[in-house]
Ligand binder design. Structure first.
Ligand SMILES: [Zn+2]
Length: 153
């Protein structure tokens, strides 16, 4: 006779019955379950990221901001490399790019966290996207990773 057990079950060390891993005592013989692990582990550190744990009302359109912010920075860097002067428009672009990119990353990462298996470290990405020049790489890397886990854009 072969013993069968489900994925969430273990064999009792005393009587060999298949019992739920989440049950502390064997219902068959009453011996303590050696493999007992409470089902409600609270989803602590080290666990697999579960998107269902997160709820968000953030829309999925913030990546436009990430893309636009990254694009603005590419434009600014190109303009300064070419010695061009964007004038007043350049100042506005700097403001939009500098504030808009981290803001977009902040909101979008919450959407990503609740809708994919990727759990972006929000603080790290926001900081990276606020540092001049580094933010271009950060924005591109973010969009690439986002595309991998979500299949969009
Ligand atoms: Zn037992």
């Amino acid at each position: 006779m072969t013993k069968r057990k489900a994925a969430d079950e273990v064999f009792c060390r005393s009587c060999g019955a298949a019992i739920k891993q989440a049950s502390e005592l064997c219902p068959n013989c009453g011996v303590r379950n050696d493999n007992y692990s409470p089902a409600s582990s609270g989803g602590g550190r080290g666990g697999v990221h579960d998107p269902a744990q997160y709820e968000t009302s953030v829309s999925d359109t913030w990546w436009y901001g990430v893309a636009a912010g990254t694009g603005i920075w590419v434009l600014l860097v190109l303009a300064s490399a070419l010695g061009g002067d964007l004038g007043a428009g350049g100042g506005i672009l700097v403001l939009i790019g500098w504030a808009g990119l981290p803001l977009s990353v902040y909101f979008d990462s919450q959407y990503v966290r609740a809708n994919s298996e990727w759990d972006p470290n929000v603080a790290v990405w926001v900081i990276l996207s606020a540092i001049w020049f580094l933010n271009i790489a950060a924005g591109a890397a973010y969009l690439y990773r986002r595309h991998q886990v979500l299949g969009e854009p």
